[in-house]
Structures are given as C-alpha cells and as structure tokens.
Design a protein around this ligand. Structure first.
Ligand code: ZN
Length: 240
C-alpha cells in the first residue's frame, strides 16, 4: 500500500484546553493510531506549523493519499502549496477532506463552488445514515450510527452533486446534510467526510475511524503519474 499523509492544522489542540484534553497529541495522532489499527502502517503526519507547512515537495510527492483537517487558518496555507496539492490530486493522489476542510483552499479549488454550509456548534446528536450499502467506504458500517455531540452542518452544502453519496446526516435540531460524498478530479479520488468538530470526541468513535480507514483504501491509487496529461496530435493507427 502507498504512503498516507495526515495533515492537520494543529492549532486548536494547542490553544484550547478543552480540545487538548480530547486530543493531547493532536487529532492527527488519533487518526494515525486508528489507521495503524486498521492495517495502514505506511503513514506520516504533517502540521501547518512545520517547515514548508508540513508538506515539502519531497513529502507531497511521496504521498499517495492525503487526509486534510483544517479550520480557522485555511488562509495561511500557501497558494503555491494548495496548487501543488491540487496538481498531485489530478495526477492520481487520493484526497480525504474532513469536516471544516470543506472550506480549505484545496477543496474549494477541487469543487469550483463556494462550499458553504449552515452550521451550529452547540453539541447535539448527529445520526449518520448509510445511503450506499455495499460501497467500499461503508464496509462494516451499520445502517446508521450516532455521535451524541457534534456540530451541526446543514444544507444547502454548496458543492457539485457528489458522484457517489455514501452518507447523509440528520441532526437533533432538524437539519440534514450530505455527509459523505465521493468525487473524481483528473485521476484522483476524493472523499469528503463531515464529522469531526474539534471540541467533540468524534475521531475516537469506532465507526468514524472505520469510515476513514475504508476511505483511505478506496482512494489509494495504483500509481500517481504527474506528467500523464498529454494533449497532442496523433497520427492514426490505421490508414484513414
Ligand atoms: Zn467544526
């Protein structure tokens, strides 16, 4: 299996004691442990405050699936880095966008739409419904599972219709949301997965972890081929 990189903004955990209590070593550390338990061991983590914002070319160019969690500091991610990540996705790298990553430079560039949501971070029940039984990202996931306290994201979610919709969420307050959607851009497979507000223990949840492990396997390319986009005149194979 190829290389997985988990990128995390990693500021809330250091600045907010309530978040630090849930994720003392960062959300990326909890996700990395979950992936290892799920049999995915070829992985590394990267954070915004590391050199080259965690993704120097040598790391990005060795990454086959990139997981992304960002929130308050999307604007600090360098335009050059967002462009390089975008180019690598087009060349085949898988991309798993978590929760507030919906508003990251990279996800917005991939979608080409505003990617806005309605939201309310009051901590309410989220019921995540599986709407694509048999989909590889849903392997081993029950018909629905519940997260007792989550932030609400409500429709309309201003994204293109997902090519495959795997999950829909219902919230105690009454809203619904397309929580798990698959896209392809170029050769890359993209999965957006909604749960994961930083002040709730969502990434400790077994079903959430299972979905992310499944999504990594689904998004893993056979190869990432950066120079494969020829657009050139060809002579016919047969006489015409
Ligand atoms: Zn949030």
């Amino acid at each position: 299996m190829g290389q997985v990189t988990i990128w995390n903004e990693f500021r809330h955990e250091r600045e907010n004691p309530a978040v630090r209590q849930l994720y003392p070593d960062g959300m990326h550390a909890v996700l990395a442990a979950a992936l290892r338990r799920g049999g995915i061991s070829n992985l590394r983590t990267a954070t915004l405050d590391e050199p080259a914002q965690g993704l120097p070319a040598a790391v990005l160019n060795a990454t086959d699936v990139l997981i992304w969690w960002g929130h308050r500091h999307h604007g600090e991610v360098a335009d050059d880095l967002a462009a390089a990540v975008h180019a690598r996705i087009l060349a085949g790298m898988g991309f798993i966008c978590l929760h507030s990553g919906h508003f990251s430079k990279i996800f917005k560039k991939l979608m080409g739409t505003p990617c806005t949501v309605n939201w309310r971070a009051d901590g309410e029940l989220e019921r995540v419904w599986l709407v694509a039984p048999g989909h590889p990202i849903a392997a081993g996931v029950p018909n629905y599972f519940e997260l007792p306290k989550e932030e609400m994201y409500g429709e309309p979610f201003e994204v293109p219709p997902p090519e495959e919709l795997v999950f829909i969420s219902w919230f105690k307050g009454g809203e619904v949301f397309r929580s798990g959607g698959c896209y392809r851009r170029g050769r890359g497979r993209i999965f957006y997965f909604r749960p994961g507000h930083e002040t709730f223990p969502t990434y400790h949840d077994a079903n959430v972890q299972r979905v992310i492990v499944n999504a990594v396997r689904w998004a893993m390319p056979d190869a990432v081929t950066p120079r494969a986009f020829a657009n050139e005149r060809k002579d016919p194979i047969e006489a015409i």
